[in-house]
Design a protein. Structure first.
Length: 428
């Protein structure tokens, strides 16, 4: 029976939950792997912070880098969460010292994954990051192992539980974005201080870049891509979408179009009878299109300490069983660069909502501007607000490309009858 020493850095919500899981499931891990685990080093910002367990001061290190100097660590869990800084330094140093690393840190992997994976390969250790995408859903292992011989063409899904909860709750409660966000923070679904990285699409986009790399055997993209969040979605948009038989979802999408990579994150109008439209609350779902497997769907809890710890423990057992493998499924030497698809050529139907002064000629001004940009109208709805002498104009377009749509939106800046920046949501 081999003893395996474990170091854990970061005792936030996820780190604490993971620590308890490691303690509770020692016998189960031993039964399934033949290895005994020992937590021999932990590190956090503040040893005095109130926690549900008492920290053993003998194994506590204020400076996490000292864990690697003073202890024989076999496996390191990095649960700090920074994209660079101490997170990168810690993982880099561990890999160079031939220590396996497990992390849920999507920001770190999406930014430095290529470099860190090469280090892991050179030193013949694992860099595992299953928990970085879609929480407890085993999507990365599915791509790397279960679908390893399939040619994946497209991956899309709901990758941020915070945004999905907010949009679902706005629909069911008829409440405002602001009030629903406040509830999400209260329940722990959104960061209590600054939830910006969830709401602006960055969190989902980091995950899309990891999925792209794994799915298409490519280096992590550094291209500037389409990224929009849900901050400008209002209750009015949710209600109108419902009337049109749609729901609004924040989707992350990556695909190869003519051998060029097209990655994007943005709100979408999806048909109510589609699978993705019926994934609600904090749930995540990922849909892959591959050959010969066809369509594969994985759904589960995408956030929270329980789901994240489940994925972290899965990575741990994989290492304990002796599965030394390439972090991104294939050797870094064989991962390729893929050029970026021209976003301006992306063609799609669009939902526009205009808030305007309710006076003659305003609708004509809008439709004329659309026509000048070669954008044709498929459906039009007018909702008057007689009391305030205003109106909402909703237009669903036929397919148009991003270049024409962006030019058209710029032209509306000079129209004083349009009271705020028009809302645009792409149909999916």
């Amino acid at each position: 029976m081999k003893n395996v020493n474990i170091g854990l850095v970061g005792l936030g919500q996820i780190g604490i939950y993971l620590y308890n899981e490691l303690q509770k499931k020692r016998k189960d891990i031993e039964l399934k792997t033949g290895k005994k685990i020992n937590i021999t080093a932990i590190s956090a910002k503040n040893i005095k912070k109130k926690r549900k367990f008492k920290i053993n001061k003998k194994i506590f290190f204020k400076n996490p880098l000292n864990i690697l100097k003073n202890n024989k660590i076999d496996i390191l869990f990095e649960c700090i969460g920074m994209s660079s800084g101490i997170s990168k330094k810690l993982v880099e140093t561990a890999l160079k010292n031939k220590i396996h690393v497990i992390t849920p840190n999507k920001a770190l992997i999406s930014k430095h994954g290529d470099y860190l994976s090469k280090l892991a390969e050179i030193n013949k250790v694992n860099l595992e990051f299953e928990a970085s995408v879609a929480g407890g859903i085993p999507i990365l292992r599915t791509i790397k192992e279960s679908l390893a011989t399939n040619k994946i063409k497209k991956v899309y899904g709901i990758l941020n539980g915070t945004c999905n909860y907010i949009l679902s709750e706005m629909e069911s409660s008829k409440d405002s974005f602001k009030n629903v966000l406040s509830r999400a923070q209260k329940f722990g679904y959104a960061e209590p201080g600054n939830p910006k990285l969830d709401l602006n699409g960055y969190d989902a986009f980091a995950k899309i870049r990891i999925l792209s790399s794994l799915s298409f055997n490519k280096n992590i993209s550094k291209h500037k891509c389409l990224m929009e969040g849900i901050e400008r979605i209002e209750s009015k948009d949710i209600e109108i979408a419902d009337q049109l038989n749609f729901r609004i979802k924040l989707l992350g999408i990556t695909e190869l179009i003519n051998n060029k990579l097209f990655e994007r994150v943005h709100p979408c109008l999806v048909k109510k009878d589609s699978y993705i439209a019926n994934v609600s609350g904090v749930m995540n779902a990922v849909i892959l299109h591959g050959e010969p497997v066809g369509e594969t769907v994985l759904q589960g809890e995408g956030a929270g300490p329980g789901a994240t710890s489940s994925a972290l423990m899965s990575d741990l057992l994989s290492i304990l069983r002796g599965n030394i493998k390439f972090p991104f499924g294939v050797s870094s030497k064989k991962r390729k660069f893929v050029s970026s698809y021209n976003l301006n050529m992306y063609s799609n139907s669009l939902y526009f909502r205009f808030e305007v002064n309710d006076k003659p000629g305003v609708l004509s001004q809008i439709t004329q501007s659309l026509a000048k940009s070669s954008i044709s109208v498929e459906r039009l709805i007018q909702i008057p607000d007689h009391k305030n002498k205003k109106a909402s104009i909703i237009i669903i377009t036929h397919k148009t490309n991003e270049l024409d749509a962006n030019k058209c939106l710029k032209s509306f800046k000079f129209n004083r009858n349009i009271l705020k920046v028009p809302t645009r949501i792409r149909l999916f």
